[in-house]
Design a protein around this ligand. Sequence first.
Ligand SMILES: [Zn+2]
Length: 145
Amino acid sequence: MRSGHNKKSEKDRLSSMLTQKGMRPTKQRLALASLLFGGRRESMHVTPEEVMKSVRKKKVNVSLATVYNCLNQFTESGLLCLVSIHPTCNYFDTNTAPHHHFLDSASGKLCDIPYESIHIGSMPSLPAGHKIQKIDVTIRLAKAA
Ligand SMILES: [Zn+2]
């Protein structure tokens, strides 16, 4: 997935990525895919509202409901993962590899922490009939006094 910065092929690349995941490459989906997976490869943490604003700046008309639907479809197909900070604050993360986050409480911005840099020393015993789905740690930051 890391190949090339060829601008002309980007739309084709994104389009076939969507098709491979069983989604029709509509104008809206492509606009979202280009924002999230095009160009630079740094990971992004976005809220549906931010995505809607950015896509509208590119003159693609989308509703917040459509943005939510697309982001959820991308998540179900493994292109994004969901970071729930708070029941009313969900970030969609383009980094789908296991990792942790710093959360800047003042700005609400997330920043990746490599998975290996946190070691969990002890774990509670799990409720019967359950296994661990994943462990993601959020370290909440405040300005040092
Ligand atoms: Zn992340």
